[in-house]
Design a protein around this ligand. Sequence first.
Ligand code: PLP
Length: 427
Amino acid sequence: MSRNHDLFARAQKTIPGGVNSPVRAFCSVGGTPCFIERALGPHFWDADGKRYIDYIGSWGPMILGHLDAQVLAAVQTALTRGFSFGTPTEAEIEMAEEICKLVPSIEQVRLVSSGTEATMSALRLARGFTGRHRIIKFSGCYHGHADSLLIKAGSGLLSFGQPTSAGVPEAIAQHTTVLEYNNLAQLSETFASIGEEIAAVIVEPIAGNMNLVRGTPEFLRLLRELCTQHGALLIFDEVMSGFRVALGGAQALYGITPDLSCLGKIIGGGMPAAAFGGRRDIMAHLAPLGAVYQAGTLAGNPLAVAAGLATLKRLQAPNFYDQLEARTARLTAGLTQAAHEAGMTFSTDHVGGMFGLYFAAHRPTSLAEVSHSNLDNFKPFFHHMLAAGVYFAPSAYEAGFVSITHDDTVIDTTLAAARMTFAALQR
Ligand code: PLP
């Protein structure tokens, strides 16, 4: 028996399903989850001492690789000063200033502890600001697990074949309209019929929760236009894409200014920090200034802020994103070549340090297209790669992440494993 097996058996006695977040349970690929003990750079080690090349990066945050020396030093310094005060700190101002500088659509920002809190609070603010109730979201986009957003969500839910969660009251669900991603006609029709009811449209401008699917520029431009025309707020959920696809996030790549943005993952550098922010006149509606309530005991936690600030500073090094993109491109081009050499139907996409792998001839543009790709191939692909020491996300509905420490040697080791894997799949 491996220690991973023993730990999983033990975990299931006191933790539902043995995990604290569903996708970790390997339900859609089968097998025993790896219990990770430590990590460094592009690698982590499981309870059996096996080393893996890590392409989940804690589901996005670890853009600098694990245990970055500068982030570690910043956290160690903060640690000696106290874990949490529940009072304002100067580091929070620095963090807010840094975010507002790097993402210019954010004039004011509020720190929270998770992406779920960020999107949930942004929606409440949008409703409070507009005095309307209806939310539009898109099939395959995941925005965390607040009730009004857990409507046909992607990611873990899809892996379990459950389009919605039990426990979400219909009375809440009925205020959320779910549309198809990248479908311009449906979007226009919806605004034409219920535009004046819509408080906000929330979207992942580059979606990473149905594998990687890019919003088309036309789709995102139309969203901006329609929201402005109808007095609805446009919320970019950049919890995943923020600081991942470019320093200024997807909004910088597309040149589109949302009213509100949600950030998370990278801004905590691996610690629990997230944020929502945007137009000053909208943010002024938040308590203690305005009537929209929002709060958090650990919001702006000094350790999380120290990790986040140190991370954001490192990202501003010259050519950081060019280098990150080059690494990701080397991986995706190599995987495509290896698959095609083995005669597999396979394609990839990447933006910055984020990538998608599809057992399909073309990159998908919607959840329906992702679901039509040959998902049966994903499971054996995942397990062959895992056995070879390469850890991809254990679901075909997740994007992958490359860090700045995934150098040529690491990527070439991955590609060697992929060539063997694709050959084995063809047998
Ligand atoms: N929004 C997006 C785009 C995400 O990818 C996620 C998490 O994966 C969330 C929101 C929720 O963030 P958290 O898991 O920190 O609550």
